[in-house]
Design a protein around this ligand. Sequence first.
Ligand SMILES: Cc1cc2nc3c(=O)[nH]c(=O)nc-3n(C[C@H](O)[C@H](O)[C@H](O)COP(=O)(O)OP(=O)(O)OC[C@H]3O[C@@H](n4cnc5c(N)ncnc54)[C@H](O)[C@@H]3O)c2cc1C
Ligand code: FES
Ligand code: FES
Length: 476
Amino acid sequence: MDGGTRFALNGQMTHVNGVPPDWTLLRWLREEGWTASKEGCAEGDCGACTVLMSTPPLEESAMAWRAVNACLVLLPQVHGRAVITAEGLTKADGGPHPVQRALAESHGTQCGYCSPGFTMALAALSLDADRSEEAILESIAGNLCRCTGYRPIVEAARALPSWTPALDPTIEQTLRALTAESLAYTVGGQRVCAPVDLDEALAFRAEHPDAWVWAGGTDLGLRITKALERPAEILALGRIPALRGVRETDKTLELGATTPYVEALAAMTALAPSLGALVRRIAAAQIRNLGTLAGNLGTASPIGDGLPPLIALGAKVVLGSLRGERVLPVEEFVTGYRQTALAPDELILSIRIPKPSPNLHVSCHKVAKRVDQDISAVSAAFVLGVEDGRVTTARLAYGGVADRPKRATGAEAALLGQPWTRDGLEAAKAALADDIAPMDEARGTAAYRRLVAANLLDRLYLETTETTAPARLEAL
Ligand SMILES: Cc1cc2nc3c(=O)[nH]c(=O)nc-3n(C[C@H](O)[C@H](O)[C@H](O)COP(=O)(O)OP(=O)(O)OC[C@H]3O[C@@H](n4cnc5c(N)ncnc54)[C@H](O)[C@@H]3O)c2cc1C
Ligand code: FES
Ligand code: FES
């Protein structure tokens, strides 16, 4: 078979050949005249490019459809998938789709920039039966209107009928067959390797250590769309079944490296509800449908929201290469500002999170200017054990207060073995001052971050000592 990407676009099999592998789906769509999807920001923030993309089933289950940002999806990522744009919603007779009708009837059709994206976000909502206020707001949290408003769109969402995209069985069969095959091609000197076999990926990694290792692409994509870098080689991992999925034992939750947040959310919520709540505040649905915890770890940003909980819970990262596997505590994996211990021939295979024993209190926090689609100024994750009034376990990890996410070891030492009282808390807050070294920058001054970091310890105290959390805290 010759190279290129094959996928179903709006119900028709499409073969994209001769296009460089670092083109985004959005770029290709617009060049080909599918101009309903807009480029508002080219960085996953505005939702104007939202399309529905099918996800290969984990086993024999039905194909799942998810809203994604076409501005961050590379063409090779859609190989073997089905994509629906706003054009594809129009019925064969030219009439409006139920989602379009609901929007029109609620006066929710706004400008040409945001409307197609809102339409596709609501199309994703209509796949599910949940029309709770929470589900509605979550479905459009990744879509920005800069001028008109959201009320009519929310009203349209409330009136939305349920809908399942129909895919011709022959096309579905073709897509399933494509999903099972490795993909590799070179265009204009740029090469992509998107294998289905882990050993093939490890061999490519060993031979091409400079290839960009692509999981969801929600961090890497910006290097192409904003920094205008051109990768010579891409190793795309998203088609390797061995790297995707959630495995559980009594003691551990193990997330395959390419498992998107959306597929890990239920298990992470079961492990600790506060962890699940934090994951739901990572970006918005379109990003969580693509992005992975392993990618968060690979980027190793000081404000990566996934890292403080992994550190506080004592998670480990499983690394693999042709030489074999090794397992490192996440704390040791992150070695500096956006630096990791990943060797040039290694890949992250999975992340192992120990399940906390029931007597431990786990609380995760994200402090940002907005609830949705915002980057943390400070984040924190605490694991606390108190027996007979004394602290027996204290693991306190912070993000946004140093060059990397890190534990507050001084504050931990101040707490351990001491009574869990206001005085003990104040001693920990005093020690915390030496544990952290925040910077002044756009999301907050160093002084603000110090204050927030200490206040989060106050919150931990209230959470664990007040029988009813104060209403204001519950609302945050
Ligand atoms: C609009 C927007 C909002 C965002 N909001 C948040 C937020 O609220 N909180 C937050 O923490 N992050 C946020 N992010 C950042 C990003 O979504 C996350 O960091 C995400 O977890 C990255 O995962 P990915 O799979 O997309 O990574 P990718 O972009 O595919 O990869 C990221 C890095 O990890 C490496 N990598 C990935 N997988 C592997 C592997 N298996 N082996 C070796 N290396 C690997 C890559 O080479 C790359 O260096 C946001 C991003 C966008 C665009
Ligand atoms: S163009 Fe803004 S999210 Fe894609
Ligand atoms: S951005 Fe379209 S109406 Fe506001």
